[in-house]
Design a protein around this ligand. Structure first.
Ligand SMILES: [Zn+2]
Length: 113
């Protein structure tokens, strides 16, 4: 049987090597919203019928203390924002995995004292 500590260190090394480039990460989540223009006679905004204009895209970021920062995202920047959010999620997932390996390492090292 191989050394468990060596295995854990190897899998941690693997996880660290696969960490994404964090330079473009973004916080928050992308929401879509329909908007009403309030122009009389607009068929998109007609009461009870129209769904409004859009969707427009909004990056919504919780700042804590119930404060939220909302940034409207132009369509041509949407893909870039989605990529930043994906990278952020991947980064967080990888960090959680590394932290779990470190927990196992800690326990294994304690067992061998
Ligand atoms: Zn309208």
């Amino acid at each position: 049987m191989k050394d468990r500590i060596a295995d854990l260190i190897a899998s941690r090394k693997h996880l660290v090597r696969r960490l994404p480039d964090p330079s473009t990460i973004l916080p928050g989540s992308l929401l879509s919203r329909m908007v009403r223009c309030n122009k009389p006679g607009c068929r998109y905004c007609e009461k009870g019928k129209g769904k409004g204009h859009g969707p427009i895209w909004i990056l919504s970021v919780s700042l804590g203390n119930r404060r939220v920062r909302q940034i409207p995202i132009p369509t041509e920047m949407k893909a870039e924002v989605e990529e930043g959010l994906r990278t952020s999620a991947q980064m967080q997932k990888s960090l959680r995995q590394i932290a779990r390996v470190n927990l196992d390492l800690l326990e294994e090292r304690k067992r061998r004292r």
